[in-house]
Design a protein around this ligand. Structure first.
Ligand code: BV8
Ligand code: ZN
Length: 245
């Protein structure tokens, strides 16, 4: 706690686990219903979209409808509050659900894009599609005739350069790096904790299961983000009051 309180710069990286308590299935959890027969890592690829754009489109439409019905949970809200309480705080997410923003996080580095944004797969023209008018099939681009796709990063695709360099820059400068709700399996996001640790940060993993990317000296808090993050926030407030006395 004292490391967090005295830290000048705290960075948090979140994965699908931070949205699990909002009812949004993680990447490794079995998909439900119609999608149980598909492997997310198979569907989240440009090859799958090229082969069957309407199937991939329908999977994202299903995920977007889940997210529209979901609410931010105490973990999202605690992270938004941490940004208000700490001198410097950067939030990086692998998630595409937009729940951090809905919880009040003003600045979020989205490494893997967003379910709420779309672009042409060919000419990259951005296309606005409101949730309530979501077409059942992948629409055709008015400019070039290409298929419209979700503006997310698929496996085998590069991450947005600006987001990626901002994330690694923050990881190198952090005194404390919180890695929350991620299996630590997907690169390059999984390397952020290691880079931060090597640069001297205290790395804290919050997850009911031990993640794959822990380094020697990291701290592992076994538990749910929705339970642990509010406790971290409350302890921070207590330490702050003690210091103020
Ligand atoms: C890249 C957006 C290079 C889409 C996602 C072969 C060919 C090509 C690339 C590769 C290859 N082999 C390896 C790679 C690299 C690949 C990779 O890492 N693969 C892995 C699987 C081995 N990476 C890439 O392809 C990346 N691109 O390398 O490009 C390049 C460079 C230049 C030019 C061309 C290419 C792109 C990776 C991004 C993929 N897109 N998402 C979408 O969402 O549909 S990744 C996807 O997985 C999600 O973003 C998800 O967030 C992310 C990571 O998973 P997690 O977030 O960790 O989720 P997961 O389900 O795994 O775990 C959840 C965790 O939460 C668990 O640990 C669980 O215990 C925990 N949990 C559960 N409940 C709770 C909880 N924790 C706390 N509280 C709870 N209540
Ligand atoms: Zn186009």
């Amino acid at each position: 706690m004292s490391a967090l309180r005295s830290a000048q710069f705290v960075v948090a990286l979140t994965g699908a686990g931070v949205s699990a308590e909002s009812g949004v299935p993680t990447f490794r959890q079995a998909q439900t219903g119609l999608w149980a027969q598909f492997d997310p890592a198979e569907l989240a690829t440009p090859e799958a979209f090229a082969r069957n754009p309407d199937r991939v489109w329908a999977w994202y439409a299903w995920r977007r409808s889940l997210v529209e019905q979901a609410e931010p949970n105490p973990a999202h809200r605690a992270l938004a509050e941490l940004a208000r309480r700490l001198p410097r705080f950067t939030l990086i997410t692998q998630n595409v659900d937009g729940l951090h923003q809905r919880a009040g996080s003003a600045e979020v580095i989205e490494l893997h894009g967003s379910l709420q944004r779309y672009r042409c797969a060919i000419c990259a023209t951005p296309v606005a599609i409101p949730a309530e008018a979501h077409p059942p099939r992948s629409p055709v681009c008015v400019r070039c005739g290409g298929h419209i796709r979700p503006d997310v990063v698929w496996f085998g695709e590069p991450l947005p350069e600006a987001a990626l360099s901002a994330a690694f820059d923050a990881a190198r400068r952090a005194q404390v790096f919180l890695s929350i709700g991620t299996s630590g399996l997907v690169e390059p996001a999984a390397s952020l904790a290691r880079v931060s640790s090597r640069a001297g940060a205290l790395v804290v993993h919050v997850n009911p299961e031990q993640p794959a990317n822990m380094s020697a000296g990291d701290i592992y808090l076994c538990g749910r983000a929705g339970e642990i993050l509010p406790i971290i926030l409350a302890r921070l407030a207590e330490v702050g009051q003690e210091n103020a006395r």
